[in-house]
Design a protein around this ligand. Structure first.
Ligand code: FUC
Length: 790
C-alpha cells in the first residue's frame, strides 16, 4: 500500500469507527442522564457540569440556551460589607457561661435558654431593607447566566438532552428541517475553563449575551474575548467572567451582545474569577483579572478537541477507579425522568441505581478539586443571590455528609479542598472558642461562611453547635486511615485534631455522677438547651480517640495523649433509656413519637465507630429502637443518613428500603422539612436541592457492600436481597486497601484485595474472619470461604 492509500484506509476506518462509536455509545455507555425535552426548572431539571471552581447548569433550550453559572468564592456579606461585620464574635461572652451552667444544674431550663439566647449567640447584622435573609453573614451568589440564541425556524424533532457522566460532558441534539444541531458542554479542571461547542450541518446565526443580578461595571469585547467585570452590591466583592469565541462564522459585538453569523461551528471558552482570598481577616486581594488572563493564556492554541481530551483524561483518572454492577440493566432506553417515576412504583432498575451511585462520584469530581472551595450545600450549583440556608457550610450534618462518599469510593483527592478550607477556620475558630467559652482550641458552629464566621448562629438553640470542628476533624483522620499518608497526618491532620481536642478538654465539665458532660449543649435542631447532648459526647470521644491514635502513630505529645486518654474515658458514655432507646441526652427524656429528621445521637453508630453490632450489641440494639421510632421518612439527607445507619446495623433490606425512598421523585416542590427525595435531574431534594443527600446516598450504597470501620474489612455486610448478583471494583477500605467483590445469588463469590503499601488486615464475611498480610503492590484473591486462590 502506498502512503496515500494507507492514509485513505486509515481515515475510512477512523470515520467508520467514530460513526459506530456514536451509535453504540448509547448502548454501551449506560452512565447517562437523558431527556426528550429541554429543562424549564433550574433546580429539578437543568443538568450540572463543573470544574471544581465553577458550577454550571444547562437547560438545553432549543431557540435559546441558558447556562447558569456560579463560582464558589462569590459571596455577599463578610468584612467588605462594613464595620458591623465581626465574624459573629461577642467579646467576653464566656462571662455568662457559668451562670447558664448554674441555671441548667438548677433545672431552670427556660431561664438558661433565655440567657444563652441573649449572650451565647453570634451576631449578625441586617441592614434596613436588605434583600438577603442572612444580612452581613452573607450568602453564596450566582454569578449569572450565559445565553445563546440560535436563529433557526421550524419544528424540532429527535430532541435529546443528556449528561454523560462517564465522559463528563453534556449534550443537546435535535433536528430542524433536516438540519442536525448539536451542542457539547464540558467543564475542564486542568484548563479551569467551561467549554461550550455548538455545531450545525448548515451555517447558523447566534446571539450570545450574559446577564447577572450583580452590578456590571465594565463590558468589553477585544480579540474575540468578551468580558464583564462585576461587583456584589453589599460587600463590593469584585469578579470577572470572560468568554473567548472561536468560530468559522463572522463575529460582531454591539449593545452587549455577541452576534455570530454563518457559523457551522461555534466554540466558547468560559472562565471566571473573584477577588476573594482565604485569608483572615480581610478575605480579599486576588487579582481576578490577571487570574482570568492567565487561564485564557493557558488554553491559547489548544483546540476544542485537545481540551476535550485533556479534560476527559483528567476526569477518567478519577472516575474510572470504581465500577459497579448491580445486576441486569434493561432500562437505559427510557428517559431518566420517566425511569425515576417508574422506579418509584416499585420496578427493579439496577441501571438507575448504578447511575445514581456514579452520579455522586461525578458530582464530587465536578465540584471539589484541589485549589477550589469545598462542596457547599448545593455543591457549586446555585442560581440565586439569596439561596436557602445561604448555600453555606453547615456543620451539624450537611458539610460532613457531603464528603462521606469521598474515601470509600476512591476519590481521596476530592477531600482536599475540605482540609484546605478547615485550615482557614482555625484562626477565627480559636477566637470564637476563647470569646464564647474561654477555652483553648478552635471551634466552628452550625453555620459557617468563608469569611471566618465560626461563632454560634444568631439564635439559640439552632445556631449553637460547637461540635462542628470535632466532626470535621473526623474527616482528617479518615483520610489518613484510607490513604495511610503519614506526612498528611503529621503536617495537616494532627495539628488541627489536637487543637480541636483542646476545646473539649477545657469545655467538658464533671456532672454529679463523675462523668464529663457538655453543658450547655444542644442536639442539632431537636429538643432544647441541655446539660448533656449525646452527640457532643460522642463527637468529643471520637475526636480524642482519633487524636490519641494519631499521637501514637506519630510518636509525639506523650503528655497530651495521656491527658486525652483520661478525658476520653470519663466522657458520659452512650446510654440506653427507659423504652430501650439510645438516649439523645444525658436525661432519659426521648420522645418515642418524635419523627424529627436529625438523628444526631446515633453519630456513634455512623459515621462514628463507638457503637457497632459486634462490639457493643446492646447499644446497637438501642440504636435500632431509636431509628424505628423515628421512622422511615425524612428530608433528603435524613433519608440518606438512615441508609447508612441501617447498613451499619447490618440490615441490608431496611437500608435498601430507605435508599428507594430517597429516590422518590419530588417534582418541583420548593421547600419542606419532610418529604425529601430526588428531582428528575437526580439531584437530591431536601427539598430544596441539597447535594448532601446524593453523597450520603452513595456512601450508604458503599456501606451495604463494604465496611471497614470496626477493625476488619467486612465484605457484603448489608447486601440487600434486591441486589442478587453483582460486582464492585475499586472501593477503598481503611488501611489503604482496594477491594473488588463479586457476588451471586446473594452470596460472596470472589474478593480481591490489593494495596500499594501492603500490610496486615483482617477480612470478614458473614461469621468468618481471617487475617492476612499483603506485600507492597500485592493482590490477594479469595473465594467465598475466604481461602486464598493465589
Ligand atoms: C440543617 C438542617 C436542615 C437543612 C440545613 C441546611 O439546619 O436541619 O434540614 O439541611 O441544615
Amino acid at each position: 500500500m502506498n502512503y496515500s492509500i494507507k492514509l485513505f484506509a486509515l481515515l475510512l476506518i477512523i470515520s467508520l469507527t467514530s460513526c459506530n462509536q456514536k451509535e453504540t455509545q448509547a448502548q454501551t455507555n449506560h452512565l447517562k442522564l437523558w431527556y426528550n425535552q429541554p429543562a424549564t426548572d433550574w433546580q429539578s431539571e437543568a443538568l450540572p457540569i463543573g470544574n471544581g471552581y465553577i458550577g454550571a447548569m444547562f437547560f438545553g433550550g432549543i431557540e435559546k440556551e441558558q447556562i447558569q453559572f456560579a463560582e464558589g468564592t462569590l459571596w455577599s456579606g463578610g468584612p467588605g460589607s462594613g464595620e458591623a461585620y465581626n465574624y459573629g464574635v461577642k467579646k467576653d461572652a464566656w462571662k455568662h457561661l457559668a451562670e447558664v451552667r448554674r441555671l441548667l444544674d438548677a433545672g431552670k431550663m427556660d431561664e438558661a435558654h433565655a440567657l444563652a439566647n441573649r449572650e451565647l449567640t453570634g451576631s449578625m447584622h441586617k441592614a434596613e431593607g436588605s434583600k438577603s435573609s442572612f444580612g452581613n453573614y452573607g450568602a453564596q451568589q450566582t454569578m449569572g447566566d450565559f445565553f445563546v440564541e440560535v436563529h433557526h425556524k421550524g419544528e424540532p424533532s429527535d430532541y435529546v438532552r443528556e449528561l454523560d457522566i462517564e465522559n463528563a460532558e453534556g449534550k443537546v441534539s435535535y433536528k430542524i428541517n433536516d438540519v442536525n444541531y448539536s451542542r457539547t458542554y464540558f467543564a475542564s479542571y486542568p484548563a479551569k475553563t467551561l467549554v461550550y461547542h455548538f455545531e450545525a450541518d448548515k451555517a447558523t446565526d447566534y446571539s450570545i449575551n450574559f446577564e447577572t443580578p450583580h452590578k456590571k461595571n465594565n463590558e468589553t469585547f477585544t480579540n474575540s474575548v468578551y468580558s464583564f467585570q462585576g461587583e456584589v452590591a453589599d460587600n463590593g466583592m469584585q469578579f470577572e467572567t470572560c468568554v473567548k469565541v472561536e468560530t468559522d462564522g463572522t463575529v460582531n459585538f454591539a449593545d452587549g451582545k455577541i452576534e455570530v453569523v454563518g457559523a457551522e461551528y461555534l466554540n466558547m471558552y468560559h472562565v471566571a474569577a473573584t477577588d476573594y482570598t482565604k485569608n483572615y481577616p480581610i478575605y480579599k486581594g486576588n487579582d481576578y483579572v490577571v487570574s482570568n488572563i492567565k487561564t485564557l493564556e493557558n488554553i491559547e492554541g489548544k483546540s476544542f478537541d485537545a481540551l476535550r481530551t485533556e479534560h476527559q483524561n483528567d476526569f477518567s483518572e478519577l472516575f474510572d477507579r470504581v465500577k459497579l454492577d448491580l445486576g441486569e440493566n434493561k432500562r437505559d432506553s427510557i428517559p431518566t425522568d420517566t425511569r425515576l417515576i417508574e422506579y418509584s412504583k416499585g420496578l427493579t432498575d439496577a441501571g438507575l441505581e448504578e447511575l445514581y451511585f456514579q452520579y455522586s462520584r461525578y458530582l464530587m469530581i465536578a465540584a471539589s478539586r484541589p485549589g477550589s472551595m469545598p462542596l457547599n450545600l448545593q455543591g457549586k450549583w446555585n442560581n440565586s443571590t439569596n439561596p436557602a440556608w445561604a448555600n453555606d457550610y453547615h456543620m451539624n450534618i450537611n458539610q460532613e455528609m457531603l464528603y462521606w462518599a469521598a474515601e470509600v469510593t476512591n476519590l481521596s483527592e476530592i477531600h482536599i479542598p475540605l482540609f484546605d478550607y478547615m485550615e482557614t477556620l482555625v484562626i477565627p475558630g480559636r477566637i470564637t472558642a476563647k470569646e464564647f467559652f474561654n477555652t483553648r482550641g478552635w471551634i466552628v458552629n452550625t453555620m459557617n461562611n468563608p469569611f471566618g464566621y465560626t461563632s454560634p448562629g444568631w439564635n439559640f438553640p439552632w445556631g449553637f453547635y460547637p461540635g462542628g470542628a470535632g466532626w470535621l476533624c473526623q474527616h482528617l483522620w479518615e483520610h489518613y486511615e484510607f490513604t495511610q499518608d503519614k506526612q498528611f497526618l503529621k503536617e495537616t491532620a494532627y495539628p488541627m485534631m489536637k487543637e480541636a481536642s483542646l476545646f473539649w478538654i477545657d469545655y467538658l465539665i464533671e456532672d454529679e455522677n463523675g462523668y464529663l458532660v457538655s453543658s450547655p449543649s444542644y442536639s442539632p435542631e431537636h429538643g432544647g438547651i441541655s446539660r448533656g447532648a449525646s452527640m457532643d459526647h460522642q463527637i468529643a470521644w471520637d475526636l480524642l480517640n482519633n487524636s490519641i491514635a494519631a499521637s501514637e502513630i506519630l510518636g509525639v505529645d506523650e503528655d497530651f495523649k495521656n491527658e486525652a486518654l483520661i478525658i476520653r474515658d470519663k466522657i458520659a458514655p452512650p446510654t440506653i433509656g427507659s423504652w430501650g432507646q439510645l438516649q439523645e441526652w444525658k436525661e432519659d427524656v426521648d420522645d418515642p413519637e418524635s419523627k424529627h429528621r436529625h438523628v444526631s445521637h446515633l453519630f456513634a453508630l455512623h459515621p462514628g465507630k463507638q457503637i457497632s453490632t459486634d462490639k457493643t450489641p446492646e447499644l446497637a440494639e438501642a440504636a435500632k429502637v431509636s431509628l424505628n421510632a423515628r421512622g422511615d421518612e425524612g428530608t433528603g439527607w435524613s433519608l440518606a443518613w438512615k441508609v447508612n445507619f441501617w447498613s451499619r446495623l447490618k440490615d441490608g433490606d431496611r437500608a435498601y428500603k430507605l435508599y428507594r425512598r430517597l429516590l422518590q421523585p419530588i417534582g418541583t416542590k420548593k421547600t419542606g422539612m419532610t418529604g425529601g427525595g430526588t428531582y428528575t435531574n437526580l439531584l437530591c431534594g431536601h427539598p430544596p436541592f441539597q447535594l448532601d443527600g446524593n453523597m450520603g446516598g452513595a456512601a450508604g450504597m458503599a456501606e451495604m457492600l463494604l465496611q471497614s470501620h470496626a477493625g476488619s474489612i467486612e465484605l457484603l455486610p448489608a447486601l440487600p436481597t434486591a441486589w442478587k448478583n453483582g460486582s464492585v471494583q475499586g472501593l477503598k477500605a481503611r488501611g489503604g486497601f482496594e477491594v473488588n467483590i463479586e457476588w451471586k445469588d446473594g452470596k460472596l463469590l470472589k474478593a480481591e484485595i490489593s494495596s500499594a503499601k501492603g500490610g496486615k488486615f483482617t477480612l470478614s464475611y458473614k461469621n468468618k474472619t481471617e487475617s492476612f498480610n499483603l506485600i507492597p503492590n500485592g493482590k490477594l484473591i479469595l473465594n467465598n470461604e475466604l481461602i486464598s486462590l493465589n
